[in-house]
Design a protein around this ligand. Structure first.
Ligand code: PMP
Length: 418
């Protein structure tokens, strides 16, 4: 049923209609792991702020001062939002998770001799930046798409000792939640820096960086009811104290000549260029709304997980990928016998007005393991990709909910798939 559970704030576009066979049909958005619509609270915060919209830090005028104050306040809001201490930690505002992880991978000054432990679960955003700067030691997954803490511990204990453990807080493909507390504790014990890709975790769960022992956390605003273009990167100030910033330019310096640059202090050093102050105000508003609604959201999401399990279990020929028991996000990946994943997604959109995603979800190694691709099938994948033979590429269908997804939408999906 549609459920009597308390609902979070209304999302903009929740009542959008799209044409299905020439008739308007309420759009069923089951692609929250990609992006969520803005919440009304976020829209209100942006509307209130827009008249004050002005350049930060460099202007003497009243508007500039208000903008600067809101921008700096947002740093503290975000540090607290993820359970870190503003005395020791700072928030930067990269565009998204991808930029945040590229920034930290650059800023750590890794060399080719450094080892980064990462896992087969990772989104490319938490794989390619590390691959660019260091040597990877990858913890594999089993066919259910999960790994044991013991496997990570073994990788941490291998020589040479790694500098970084880079791990996802939650999988964007299967919704699986690795045991972050145990992973972070093991890394910490060995003096290994813990970097968490929080793109999927932060929208769904309260993250307590200090309590868990996470050193660096990156996430995106656009998956947590804020718009594109502003994300969070929270980390210890000491990690940014020395060295050149990832982006160089105005604002990152105290003095410049052709011979010498005096870099600004943290966080200005890592904030070159005019920042996205409207996006940051929106991100902070989304963070405050999420934090206040965690309990309510959790109840709704647990119901959504059960509804997805029940509905997908009744679809003939459907095979789930990833774990189907234990604590998970309301995300499900699957394949259907004899129907290409792209065809399933296209027909859901065209014939039912349901938005889902298909393909490899920027996690090619993980999809390879979930589908049990052989080495030669992976080679074929690369060859087909080079030749742009999209219809031949392996992949799956992914449906994903946010805390604002109505239970009724999952029932609509089940009916459509059957
Ligand atoms: N990591 C994970 C786990 C994700 O789901 C995503 C978004 N699909 C990203 C990183 C990258 O996020 P963005 O595209 O906002 O940089």
């Amino acid at each position: 049923g549609t459920g009597t559970l308390p609902r979070r704030d209304h999302l903009v576009g929740a009542d959008l209609h799209v044409p299905v066979a020439g008739e308007p049909r309420r759009y069923v958005d089951l692609d929250a792991a990609a992006t969520t619509s803005a919440s009304e609270a976020v829209v209100r915060a942006v509307e209130e702020f827009l008249p004050w919209y002005s350049s930060v830090h460099r202007g003497a005028g009243a508007k500039s001062q208000v903008s600067s104050a809101r921008y700096e306040q947002a740093r503290e809001t975000l540090v607290r939002f993820v359970g870190a201490d503003p005395a020791t930690h700072v928030a930067l505002f990269p565009r998204n998770t991808t930029e945040g992880l590229n920034l930290i991978a650059f800023r750590l000054g890794l060399t080719r001799d450094d080892v980064v432990v990462t896992t087969a679960v990772e989104h490319h955003a938490n794989l390619l930046p590390w691959r660019r700067h260091a040597r990877l030691r990858v913890v594999d997954v089993d066919q259910s798409g999960t790994f044991d803490v013991a496997a990570v511990v073994a990788a941490l204990d291998e020589r040479p000792t790694p500098r970084v453990l880079a791990v996802s807080g939650a999988s964007n493909v299967t919704g699986w939640l690795p045991d972050l507390a145990a992973l972070a504790a093991a890394a910490r014990d060995r003096g290994v820096l813990v970097v968490v890709d929080g793109a999927q975790l932060v929208p769904h769960r309260q993250v307590e960086m200090a309590a868990l022992g996470i050193d660096v956390l990156a996430w995106s605003g656009h998956k947590m009811f804020a718009p594109f273009g502003a994300g969070g990167l929270v980390l210890g100030r000491r990690l940014l104290a020395d060295g050149e910033p990832f982006l160089v330019g105005g604002g990152s310096v105290k003095a410049v000549s052709y011979e010498e640059v005096v870099w600004a202090d943290t966080p200005d050093r890592d904030d070159a260029g005019s920042p996205n102050v409207v996006g940051v105000v929106a991100l902070a508003a989304a963070a405050e709304e999420l934090r206040a609604g965690r309990e309510r959201n959790r109840i709704q999401e647990e119901a959504l997980v059960r509804a997805l399990d029940d509905e997908l279990a009744t679809v003939p020929g459907l095979r789930r990928l990833g774990p189907t028991s234990g604590d998970r996000l309301p995300v499900a990946a699957f394949v259907i016998d004899g129907v290409h994943h792209g065809e399933v997604a296209a027909r859901l959109a065209r014939e039912h007005g349901i938005g889902v995603r298909s393909g490899c979800f920027c996690a090619h190694p993980y999809i390879g393991r979930l589908l049990a691709l052989t080495r030669s099938e992976v080679e074929q994948f690369h060859e087909d990709a080079r030749a742009d033979l999209h219809d031949r590429l392996p992949g799956a269908v992914r449906v994903s909910c946010s805390s604002a997804t109505p239970l009724a939408d999952v029932a609509v999906l089940g009916e459509a798939l059957r």
